[in-house]
Design a protein around this ligand. Structure first.
Ligand SMILES: [Zn+2]
Length: 148
């Protein structure tokens, strides 16, 4: 999913479960569970070479990634004191995608990056249909906003 969905889910879980020994594995599991839902993200079309890596990288760097920070701030931190659980959850929520970055964008394909990327793509389900691919992510963010 997009960073806006993973980041807000991670922040949500970590804000509800203060023990990092419990929240970190749950946030990591949430990343892969969300990626299992057929979705659209900036990497859509990368593996089939329909989209250039440069465009995907730019969309991630200048749209999705900063929006995930802004959204987590808006949902959890606006008007509240700094909460490190929220930002740790955001970071861990995005961590599997950070790990895949060198594999996808820099052609660094060594152990364990290679195996992690293989696991990630084995779990990953995507759809080129933007409406159906964005809807589950919209619902995830809506649920986080309602339940936070
Ligand atoms: Zn992912």
């Amino acid at each position: 999913m997009l960073s806006i969905a993973h980041g807000s889910t991670g922040a949500f879980i970590a804000s509800k479960i203060p023990n990092p020994l419990i929240s970190i594995p749950l946030v990591l599991a949430s990343h892969y569970a969300e990626d299992r839902v057929p979705h659209w993200d900036v990497g859509q079309g990368l593996t089939s070479w329909k989209k250039s890596r440069k465009i995907a990288f730019m969309q991630e760097l200048f749209i999705d990634f900063p929006l995930s920070i802004a959204l987590v701030f808006f949902i959890f931190q606006l008007g509240h004191p700094f909460n490190w659980h929220v930002w740790m959850g955001w970071f861990v929520g995005l961590f599997p995608d950070f790990l895949e970055f060198p594999y996808l964008f820099m052609d660094l394909r060594f152990t364990p990056i290679k195996q992690l990327a293989a696991f990630h793509s084995w779990v990953h389900r995507s759809t080129p249909n933007k409406l159906w691919g964005l809807l589950p992510q919209f619902l995830v963010i809506l649920l986080v906003m309602l339940l936070k």
